[in-house]
Design a protein around this ligand. Sequence first.
Ligand code: SAM
Length: 205
Amino acid sequence: MKESILKILEELETQSALEKSRKVNIIPENRMLAITKETGELLNMILRLKKAKNVLEIGMSVGYSTIWCAEAIIEQKGKIITIEQNPEKIKRAKENFQKAEISENVTIKQGMAIEILTELSVQQQNNNFFDFVFIDADKESVTKYFDLIYPMVTIGGIIITDNMLYPEKYRQEMKKFSEYIRSNPNVRTTTSPIGNGEEITIKIK
Ligand SMILES: C[S@@+](CC[C@H](N)C(=O)[O-])C[C@H]1O[C@@H](n2cnc3c(N)ncnc32)[C@H](O)[C@@H]1O
């Protein structure tokens, strides 16, 4: 792994550990709420196996998961579109991408995910376009995000959704989401206990 990427991932892991320990007082809107390192490794590995080139992320925060994704695709000049509503987090993410030297591979879309996904989905060129999608924004809208994303994913494309098992307050909602995906005969899906629980879904038709 490039030194610049390794360094920023380690910095963000330290910040995330501090945040989780509640030793620092960060206002809730500015918390990173980042994926675990194991989830980062999982995303990175699947992206590499897939040789993914067109990635979509919903819920960037300060860019920890984005950097894990970018690391897997930069060699083949892959691109990531990532969505975030919080301007303060976007500012921090931009700095992090510069330090990691991945800014050229990342396009940040600022705003509400539903609106941005709707805009992306009306653009003809985005049909069957993304070969990898990571969903990690507000949990209430996860089914809506999935429905908007689905036509934009290639056959064989992967959709990963975080927080299937933790925090526990979302578990019922995420279980319903998993059942909803399972009712679609055109996908295969599995709930993995890695990190906070990752739903790994592949579009087969
Ligand atoms: C769990 S955090 C993402 C963490 C990030 N994926 C990582 O691992 O580094 C969720 C992020 O989604 C953003 N978010 C929540 N609801 C959103 C919405 N409706 N539209 C856009 N962004 C949203 C929040 O501001 C927050 O930064």
